[in-house]
Structure formats: structure tokens, C-alpha cells
Write a protein that binds this ligand. Sequence first.
Ligand SMILES: CC(=O)SCCNC(=O)CCNC(=O)[C@H](O)C(C)(C)COP(=O)(O)OP(=O)(O)OC[C@H]1O[C@@H](n2cnc3c(N)ncnc32)[C@H](O)[C@@H]1OP(=O)(O)O
Ligand SMILES: CC(C)C(=O)C(=O)O
Ligand SMILES: [Mg+2]
Length: 503
Amino acid sequence: MRTVSVFDTTLRDGEQTPGVAFPLNYKIQIAKQLDKLGVDVIEAGFPAASKGEFEAVKTIANLGLSSKICALARIVKYDIDAALDSEADMVHIFISTSKIQIEHTIQKSREEIVRLAVDAVEYIKDHGRICMFSAMDATRTEIDYLKQIYKAVEDAGVDIINVPDTVGVATPFKFYDLIKELREHLNVPIDVHCHNDFGLAVANTYAAVLAGADEVQVTVNGIGERAGNAALEEVVMTLHGLEGIKTNIKTEYLVETSKLIERFSGIKVPPNKPIVGANAFSHESGIHAHGVLKDARTFEPGVITPEMVGHKRRIVIGKHAGRHQIKKILEDAGYQVDEERLTKIMEKVKELGDKGKKVTDLDLFAIAEVVLGELKKEEKAILVDEVTVLTGNRITPTAVINAEVEGKKKVTSAIGVGPVDAALNAVKELAGESMRIKLTEFRMDAITGGSDALAEVYVTVEDDEGNSFTARGAGADIVMASIEAVIHAVNYLMLMKKKKKHD
Ligand SMILES: CC(=O)SCCNC(=O)CCNC(=O)[C@H](O)C(C)(C)COP(=O)(O)OP(=O)(O)OC[C@H]1O[C@@H](n2cnc3c(N)ncnc32)[C@H](O)[C@@H]1OP(=O)(O)O
Ligand SMILES: CC(C)C(=O)C(=O)O
Ligand SMILES: [Mg+2]
């Protein structure tokens, strides 16, 4: 089976992400993690950039890792000597070859650039190091010149050439053709380095491998200059999962590595990021979750599993959830629900979803506990129909409740110091027809953070004979959750009273 080598440049191009700078202790931890992950080469930095960068590359080069350590250098004696002095195994030299870059940056003739490249390769090889040569901006370089310079460095003894799509303008078919043409023209191994300006970095890298590239330059989470580089995790899993092309990556460490880079770089991984994003193996929609609960391959690629990349599959609750997944989540948490109560729970979940609320597992459990604790309809003395609460800075909070109390329609109204107080006073009025009640405990918790958090209300209600009952209510609206809890307690106390009378 074909094996492609992985050259990781998270510590070099990845660190060129605007706003990212890894201190030495972070660089050491990242290098160790990349080594554990199994990357073949770690590009540890650009030693000529600063004293700290030189020290970092030198420290990493002396960690005794299995991965080869590479240092980047311009074709400038100072840079190359710094790379050699850093004791890196490999020196990666680059120089502009496209018309636009030659004219506006390096300002040398094409012949001189070839001569500088050849001399640099020979110098590095004379120092006994592995040498990689990059024709910077290769994808905007005239093909004949590109072939000429690569052939010249090959003849000078370069170990591997890199074809960088420096500004991310390659497209998969064109890049495939370019790599194929270079493959036919050259004997040295070919490496590719793709940027993601058009979101094509992974696709271009993949196309290059199909065209015969031997090595891929990638970064963890795809961080790097501008829109970043080809993401290591996406390239590797595409090759493994879709093409059966191997790498030396121990894929079970991909999520762990991604989280480390996310933490150290401060660049958040979007939830929908392939392979490592929080949602990469999550299912909310009922139709999908139903299939996945039977066999995950129904709504996942199947050729990769969450375990392969160190991830977890999640069946989540939300507006699009179906009965099967809600039942499964509740049963897994130890709740037994019959079909009628499941319907009630579903209704509440959908109602919250329609209001735009993100429903968490904790929210679901709170809803389930309320529904499971509810009396049957025929056992309820009070059935609330309509609630209106008025509040504001210039009016006294007022609540009006339309309800059926022991079969008779009633309307009560009350005021209070706030909307919850007004609503609870109205409930007391409603109950007062049958029994006097006292609220001895009232507690409200937000289940999750945020102003749209589900409120969970606990109340203890005492009747005129000293019997008390504790009940709970849950909902996005604190007034409704409070009314639900108190009515639940009152209904229970009234049922008890009725039962006692009959005994
Ligand atoms: C596509 C890439 O990712 S390339 C790598 C990019 N990474 C970095 O630049 C990070 C590290 N860079 C640095 O710390 C600094 O830019 C340094 C230390 C390398 C150079 O700093 P300075 O000497 O202040 O030069 P500055 O960065 O302003 O300009 C770049 C110089 O390098 C020259 N240059 C650029 N690429 C090359 C090259 N491959 N070979 C030789 N010279 C080059 C430019 O022509 C320019 O030369 P000039 O000063 O004679 O006009
Ligand atoms: C140094 C080179 C390979 C680079 O990062 C690029 O061209 O994008
Ligand atoms: Mg780059």
C-alpha cells in the first residue's frame, strides 16, 4: 500500500497566523505532541527570525524526537548558517520564482536565482544536512522556468523539492496536472504546500498526492498565513478513509492534537470543522439520529469512525430531534417514559426549539422530571387555560389566569411586587376556592448559562392543614415555570385531600 509522508509546519507557517506567537514552552509541548502523532517532519521555525526562534528550533532539534526537525531559511548566508547552527536535521530553503514576486521583492535575474539556489543546496549538502528546496509562488511561476530551477537543484543534490501554492490560487485539476508534469520531469521526491485562500488547500493537496506527490505540508487545524494551510487532520483522513493511502499518523491522537493547538494558538476550531470539530460526529435531526442509533454508517461516511480520530459520537437534543433519540437519551440517563409522556416531552422540546432555544441534555432532563412528576389529566383539580401577565416600569405587575377549577371555569387576577409574585398571587386566589395555601419555599435556577437559559423552579406549598408538597416546573419563561410548579403542588395537595375524604 502506498505511504505518503507528512511534513508538519504548524510551528512555522502555523505560527505565521496573524496574532499567533508560541512561547518556548508551548513550542516544546507542540513538538512532542506532533512527534506522538507520528508526523515525519516537524518544521520547527525560522532560526534567522529572532534569538528566541533560534533557541526554540535548537531546543526542539535536541529533544531526541523520532520526527525529523526542519528549519526554514531564505537563500541568504546568514539565514542558512542560523538554520545549520540550530542543529536541525533538515534545512528548507525558499526563493521567489514568479514574475510578480521577482519584480517586487527579490529583484534578481532568473539566472541569478537559479545560481543562488544551486549554491545554497550544495552548501547545505556539504554540511551533511537534508535539504528541501521551495520555488516560492510556484503555482504562478512559468512552467518552463519552474522545471528549470527544480532540475538544477536536483542536479545539485537536493533531497526533496516543495511545490508551494503560496497564495492559494491552485485548483485541484490544474494542480494535479502541474504535479504530474513535474513528477515526469524530476526524480527527487515531491512535497506540496497549499494555502487555503479559496478553501481548496485540502482538495489541492489531495489532487497532488493522486498525481504522485510523495509528501504533504500541513498544519494542525489548518492554521497559517491568511486563510491558513491544508489541515493535517483533513488531508490525512481523506487519504486514509477515501483513498486507502497510508501515512504514519496515529489518527487516534488527532482530536487531542487539535485541542492543544486550539488552546495554544487561541484560534477556535469551528464546531463544523471536519474530523475534529465538536459536531463532526454529532446528530440532532430525528431522521439521522434514528438511523445512526441502528447503524452509524447510515448517516456517517462509515470509512472513518469517531474512535479512529479520538472523537466521540453524540446524539444531541434540539428542534429537529425525533422520538427515538429522545427516548434513548432519557433511557440512558435512567428515565423510563411511556409513549404519552414521551409525546409531552417532545412537545416541550419542539416548543423551546421553535423559540430559538438551544436545548441541552440538562434541559431535557429537567423537562422530563417535570413531565414524569405530573398527575394524570383526570387527577388534576386545576387546569390552567390562559395566563396574562403585565409588567413594566410604570405599572403595577398584574396577572390574570383563566382556568378550570374542579370542572368550573374561573378567572382570577392579582397584583404583586413583580411578575412572578403577581402570577403566584393569582394562583393562590385560584386555589383559595378549594383550599388556603402558603408558599414556604421558592427557588429558581438557570439550567444552562445565557439569557435564554431554561429556568427550573422548585416550590414547597403548604395547605391549611399543614400538609406540604414540593414540586418543580421548567421552561424558558420564568413566570410560566413558576405557575407550573405551584399548580402542580396544589393539584397534588387537593388530590390527597380528596383521597383522605373518601377513606
Ligand atoms: C511564504 C512564506 O511563508 S515565506 C516565510 C515568511 N516568514 C517570515 O517572514 C517570518 C520571519 N521573518 C522575519 O523575521 C524577517 O522578515 C527576516 C528576519 C527574515 C528579514 O527581516 P528584514 O531583514 O528586516 O527584511 P524584511 O522582512 O523587511 O524584507 C525581506 C527581505 O528578504 C528578501 N527576501 C525575501 N525572500 C527571500 C529569499 N527567499 N531569499 C533571499 N532573500 C529574500 C527580500 O527581498 C527583502 O530583502 P531587502 O531587505 O534586501 O529588501
Ligand atoms: C516558505 C514557503 C514554502 C511558504 O510557506 C509558502 O510558499 O507559502
Ligand atoms: Mg506558506
